[in-house]
Unconditional design. Structure first.
Length: 75
């Protein structure tokens, strides 16, 4: 089973989109990258998924992991 992820990607017309892995359409689009990143972080925290933030050229700029650790530390 592959792990679900969210991506902040450049979209047509200079917009930024938040898209789930495997999805054909964006969850949401934004005029500013900062707004897309904030939304993507919120979604990824709620879903416990990874968030990939891309540059304008499509390459990965940053990766954030919000998944829950399966075995939390004792103590």
């Amino acid at each position: 089973m592959s792990k679900k992820t969210n991506h902040v990607i450049p979209s047509k017309g200079g917009e930024w989109a938040v898209k789930k892995s495997g999805a054909t359409r964006a969850s949401q689009t934004f005029d500013r990258k900062e707004d897309a990143v904030k939304y993507g972080r919120d979604i990824s925290r709620k879903e416990s998924t990874d968030l990939f933030i891309h540059k304008k050229d499509g390459t990965i700029q940053e990766r954030n992991t919000y998944s829950r650790h399966p075995h939390p530390a004792m103590g």
